[in-house]
Design a protein around this ligand. Structure first.
Ligand code: 26Q
Length: 804
């Protein structure tokens, strides 16, 4: 389809008329946004249809990324970009006196994820389409995404994210493709003519309706599909029987109970509370997804025993792990495949990605709950478990080991173990993380299945995180090394030749300054707060969690504040510290940390003696679209987790790609960033992996020692609870207790001195602008290695066995 400015303008006007019977003059900005987005969807429709037609002939292996979360953010800008018409539209709209950026701002973020894991899924969708892999997303269409965060009196308040209230232009409801998912009930074995089948009765039937969103590849012909499932009641909304008896409440009860399945995303990204609704959500979308995949496959008339040659399923953490048993159920019960064949097919189809080593995040379900909700699935898991346990026993003759590795044990169904046993590939998300999984957390399984374990370091789509979010820098890169980095991101390495080039350095600096000024303007307009664009922008944006150590960052700020108070002439480069972080609603310590950050921000703000040197900004409601605004402005990227705890991190990659210098522990993907850029281009501090593991093992850490021996720490902690922060002395008593009485689980106090030294080094480095800019360029040049295009190609080659 050829689109030029004139045809676009008339298409756009026609769209406004057909949708709203409005002209450009009379339409609201939102209607203009909606009409534009609807037009962009039309532009991608033909390619979408052609991709689907091609795929349904099953010439190509289909990959399905099963994930509870897809944090895709806004689609208008990235779809325009990937269709290759963003500049054209911008110009054409300008001729109509319409500002494209303003329209893009009106799109509500699709916040169907908590953080890293959900955003990774979104980056992977973009990369799969852009490198031409037939890879689709399968998940849940939550009515409410991750809560909207408001800060009230320094505290986080959660507001429901009603993201669908003004409609969702991108999705297509496909009622004709609905499937039925069954919960509960009774399963009875039936023996007939020597064949054993299982009859499932008295179950609750839930209708799963798919909503499809096109995923447009970058300037190619691929348009893949993100299929999200919504739960509805089957044919009758009311239980008519109850309704006619006048029991109105009971009549609608069933409807609400069904709809609740896809109503809301669980806003917790670590701790699990074993809620039955969460298991229901998992089985709901997994069963719906598998049923629809199989239905399409059957139409090809290929033998079911070859399913694994055409279908690959990636399980995003343990959340969809029940897919192993559900595929076995379909193959054995519905397709009459023998257990052994079904098992071969299933394990060849499934692969599992682990995203965490925190033990509290390893999902397990109480047997009684599981059995009641999914009786047939439970029987199948029991069978898988028995066969697996037998194999362990045969190999090791060790009942303790059988106990440690059993999928069903100690009253629980262990989802990670089910995922490992039922997959042909198990991968971690950064080298260090995979190594720790192999050496420690999953060591038993690694010894038993060494060939399954592999690493796939995470990546980010450079199209959203550089090309789209930092257009001026992208243009400068294009002018300097050409634009082939857009399709071959590794080519960014050619910037290395310019790392010492004064002209390039200056231009890059000017762009950074312009980005910072633009953000300051935006922030003033939306919040009435001034930010100095000439200060260093120091950025820590990620979920709030103790292991990510926002506290360490705050403590450095407090120490700096006290030093400035003691010595008003202390010579530091002015700095603005940005925090963006949502806390899980039930995570008390994380919420208190937000209050602390805001309290410190207030104190500094009100203090004339320091407020021209340091400032703290808490970015309310950190989201994908806010990330796109702040990341291009960052001078410093804070990646300060306790070593071994951050599986990978992906914000670290986004920030380096935009020229920020990383201050980091050697954790997760920071290790690989350091390997790429070299130790002279990153600031590393703090405990190393072996030190952390040793201290955890020997339990020799005593946070009190640090409190007693470092007067800076003592001052900070004392002031937390003596009322000097201008809040009640009891306000931060629990943070104090957590660090001292409860011995500081994540070694904040132990790494404090090293962190302060590292921060002081940054101040010095920044004054040497030649060096600073050189470092910044080196970081951008190496960031191509962290494009998710590369990551996805490795998944395709090693795990999905797709020949490109
Ligand atoms: C599980 C059960 C019940 C309720 C919630 C959950 C749950 C939900 C989300 C558990 C974990 C998550 C998300 C985890 C996550 O985002 N992990 C991050 O994944 C990134 C992508 O691999 C990594 O870069 C981060 O290091 C890792 O923390």
């Amino acid at each position: 389809m050829r689109i030029n400015k004139e045809s676009f303008k008339s298409d756009f006007k026609r769209k406004l008329t057909t949708l709203y019977a409005e002209s450009i003059r009379s339409a609201s900005n939102f209607h203009k946004y909606y009409a534009l987005a609807s037009l962009v969807k039309d532009y991608s429709s033909e390619k979408w249809m052609n991709s689907n037609d091609y795929y349904s002939s099953q010439k190509k292996k289909q990959v399905y990324y099963f994930s509870m979360e897809f944090l895709i953010g806004r689609l208008l800008g990235s779809n325009l970009l990937n269709l290759g018409i963003r500049d054209l539209c911008r110009e054409a709209l300008a001729e109509l006196d319409i500002n494209l950026d303003e329209l893009e701002e009106l799109e509500h973020d699709a916040g169907l994820g908590n953080g890293g894991l959900g955003r990774l899924a979104a980056c992977f969708l973009d990369s799969m389409a852009s490198v031409g892999i037939a890879g689709h997303g399968c998940g849940i269409r939550y009515d409410y995404g991750l809560f909207e965060q408001k800060i009230v009196n320094g505290y986080q308040v959660e507001i429901p994210d009603n993201w669908l209230k003004n409609g969702n232009v991108w999705e297509v409801r496909r009622e004709d493709k609905a499937v039925v998912v069954k919960f509960g009930g009774k399963v009875t074995p039936v023996l007939e003519n020597d064949t054993l089948t299982f009859e499932h009765t008295d179950y609750e039937a839930v209708l799963a309706i798919p909503y499809d969103t096109p995923i447009v590849g970058y300037k190619n012909n691929t348009v893949n599909t993100l299929r999200l499932w919504s739960a509805e009641t089957i044919d009758k909304d009311f239980d008519l029987d109850s309704f006619s008896k006048g029991e109105y409440t009971k009549a609608v009860e069933h409807k609400y109970s069904v709809q609740s399945i896809s109503q809301v995303l669980y806003p917790d990204d670590t701790r699990i509370d074993g809620k039955i609704l969460r298991l229901k959500q998992q089985y709901f979308f997994v069963s719906a997804g598998l049923q629809s995949i199989l239905r399409t496959f059957r139409k090809t008339r290929k033998p079911i025993t070859k399913l694994d040659e055409y279908i690959q399923i990636q399980i995003n953490d343990t959340h969809p792990a029940v897919a192993v048993a559900e595929l076995m159920r379909i193959l054995v019960d519905e397709e009459q495949v023998s257990w052994d064949d079904a098992w071969r097919i299933t394990t060849n189809v499934m692969s599992y990605t682990n995203h965490t080593i925190l033990t509290e995040a390893l999902e397990k379900w109480p047997i009684e709950l599981f059995k009641k909700l999914l009786p047939r699935i439970f029987m199948i898991i029991t069978e898988i478990n028995e066969r697996f346990c037998k194999k362990i026993y045969e190999k090791y003759n060790d009942l303790n080991l059988v106990h440690d590795m059993a999928i069903v044990c100690d009253g629980y169904v262990k989802m990670a173990f089910l995922a490992i046993v039922g997959s042909h590939s198990v991968n971690g998300v950064a080298k260090l993380h995979t190594q720790i999984l192999k050496e420690r957390e999953l060591n038993n399984f690694y010894k038993f299945f060494p060939q399954k374990f592999n690493n796939k370091t995470n990546g980010i789509t450079h199209r959203r995180w550089l090309l789209k979010s930092n257009p001026e820098l992208s243009k400068l890169i294009n002018k300097t090394i050409g634009d082939n980095w857009i399709t071959e991101p590794i080519k960014l390495i050619n910037l290395l030749a310019y790392s010492k080039d004064k002209d390039f350095q200056d231009k890059m600096y000017e762009i950074k300054q312009a980005n910072k000024a633009e953000f300051a303007k935006y922030f003033y307009e939306t919040h009435g707060i001034n930010i100095d664009p000439n200060s260093i922008f120091d950025v820590q944006v990620k979920r709030l969690h103790a292991y990510k150590r926002q506290l360490l960052n705050v403590f450095n700020i407090l120490d700096l504040y006290y030093r400035l108070k003691e010595n008003p002439n202390l010579d530091i480069v002015p700095r603005t510290f940005f925090f963006g972080a949502k806390a899980a609603p039930g995570y008390y310590l994380a919420k208190q940390t937000i209050k602390l950050i805001n309290t410190v921000a207030d104190i500094i703000d009100k203090d004339q003696a320091v407020n021209n040197k340091i400032k703290v900004i808490f970015l309310e409601n950190y989201s994908v679209s806010l990330a796109e605004k702040i990341i291009p402005c960052a001078d410093i990227s804070e990646q300060i987790s306790t070593t071994t705890k951050e599986a990978s991190g992906t914000g670290n990659m986004k920030l380096m790609m935009n020229g920020a210098i990383t201050i980091a522990t050697l954790d997760g993907a920071n290790v690989e960033i350091c390997d790429q850029v070299g130790e002279e281009n990153i600031i590393i501090f703090g405990m190393k992996k072996d030190e952390v593991m040793e201290l955890e093992k020997t339990k020799r850490y005593n946070s009190m020692d640090y409190y007693n021996s470092d007067p800076r720490i003592k001052r900070i902690l004392d002031n937390l609870v003596n009322g000097s922060l201008g809040v009640s002395p009891s306000e931060f008593a629990d943070i104090h207790k957590y660090l001292l009485a409860n011995n500081d689980e994540f070694f904040v106090l132990k790494d404090f001195a090293a962190y302060l030294d590292a921060q002081n080094k940054i101040d010095e480095l920044y004054r040497n602008q030649d060096k600073w800019r050189e470092m910044s360029i080196v970081n951008i040049a190496h960031s191509g290695a962290f494009s998710s295009d590369n990551t996805i190609k490795k998944y395709a080659r090693d795990i999905w066995r797709i020949n490109q």
